[in-house]
Write a new protein. Sequence first.
Length: 221
Amino acid sequence: MTLESVQALLNSEDYGDRLSGVNQLRDVDPPTALEMIKPLITDSQARVRYSAVSIMDTVGNANRQETLALLRDRLLTDSEVDVRAAAADAIAALKFTEAFEDLRTVYHETEEWLLQFSIVAALGEMGDERGFELLQEAIQSDNNLLQTAAISSFGELGDPRAIPLLLPFLEDQDWQIRHRLAQALSHLGGEEARACLEKLAQDELPQVAEAAKRGLGNGHW
């Protein structure tokens, strides 16, 4: 692989070649890769745009201001929901707290659950305390997947105010939600979280019980 061979793939009229070129950019130094990837961020093929946006978290630190502008543009304007979701993921991975208001606006304006899910998951990774209210909305939705993502993100934020919002899920019928709950409570600490984990440690599902026991062993008590 050479820069010339990768550039030839990126310039190809065959979108399969362009996809291959984007994947090869993972092995190129970030500043060079960022320059080469920029035209593909607005490629005519959605799959190419998705792949290009998806590697921005590995190359974007080379020029954060430019990367933020590119990701914001895809989040706000792309015609494909999965590309917009990938932009939200990359924004969070790169800790672009400057884009928090954009994420919140898109969450409220979109009817696409996939995009909402990506934003909820992104809020935990981003670690911005302003995300608490949005996570509160998500956990009270009637979408099981949004609730699951919100539980995980509350754990990542580490804000103990989340505990009362998590309590209703202690006996949820979905074991995966109870499993995520055990993981989240492990990061929140405090006596109330510990009491919840002790209950989950008796769960009928081994995966849930083991996660709770690990939390009791590793938590902030």
